[in-house]
Design a protein around this ligand. Structure first.
Ligand code: ZN
Length: 248
């Protein structure tokens, strides 16, 4: 595998999923070995549960927060941050992530859309409240209340049956509309959002690349190229960055 020449692209869109954070010690939320353990997320972290028993949502998120706080960005996150920093000011770039771990920000990425929010942020459950979402690493054993309006607070993540935030969706759509390079990393290429995004990117003639440990099953024809392997090994090579794995 050779480094890619990213300088020839005008607008780059990169989508990342759970696979990019595995090397940071974060397991996917669903499936065997998932963070949620034997708790079915479909039953637990839903809008209905938030309305009936918001503390139950916190019980799930406390553990997820704890794991995220113990993790740190891996060479895949760092390579994407380094790539963004190396681009010419006229090149547009958007990093879209399905992950709620905030590791792209911690790695130094600037232009990030976190489609599903950030587990280490908290916001008010009241849509009318003026309290802005804030960075929060607390584990709540009692239901936290908003200092402005007294409503329960909630983690600033998209629950399983909630729609994506409109502004995030719009930012991604706008970026995909005239992108000329689309990379999907550590996410299934056959289900949404990657499947929708790659179709949009292909439609406007972008080069499309799938980077994942597992091949697509079935293959998604909108991805023109496929690089199979660990994101933390592929991305540093692809982005042409040398990252020392020796902390010193
Ligand atoms: Zn409030």
């Amino acid at each position: 595998m050779q480094p890619m020449d990213f300088s020839v692209y005008r607008r780059i869109v990169i989508l990342t999923g759970a696979g990019i954070s595995v090397a940071s010690g974060l397991r996917p939320y669903r499936g065997a070995g998932g963070v949620w353990g034997d708790i079915d997320p479909q039953k637990a972290a839903t809008r209905a549960i938030l309305e009936q028993d918001p503390q139950k949502v916190w019980e799930l998120c406390n553990e997820q927060r704890r794991q995220v706080l113990q993790s740190s960005p891996n060479p895949a996150h760092l390579a994407l941050a380094s790539l963004e920093a190396s681009l010419h000011p006229t090149q547009q770039f958007l990093l879209v992530t399905q992950n709620v771990d905030g590791l792209h920000h911690r790695a130094g990425s600037q232009r990030v859309v976190a489609l599903h929010g950030d587990i280490c942020r908290t916001r008010c459950t009241s849509a009318d409240c003026s309290l802005a979402a804030f960075v929060d690493t607390a584990a709540y054993t009692e239901l936290p209340r908003c200092s402005r309006c007294g409503s329960p607070l909630r983690p600033d993540i998209v629950l399983f049956d909630e729609p994506l935030p409109v502004d995030a969706e719009w930012a991604v759509k706008r970026a995909l509309r005239d992108c000329d390079l689309f990379l999907a990393v550590g996410t299934s290429g056959t289900v949404a959002p990657a499947s929708n995004f790659v179709r949009s990117a292909d439609y406007v003639g972008a080069r499309t690349i799938f980077v994942n440990l597992e091949p697509m099953d079935p293959p998604n024809p909108y991805f023109h190229e496929s690089l199979l392997g660990r994101a933390e090994e592929i991305l540093p090579v692809l982005c042409g960055v040398s990252l020392s794995s020796d902390p010193g």
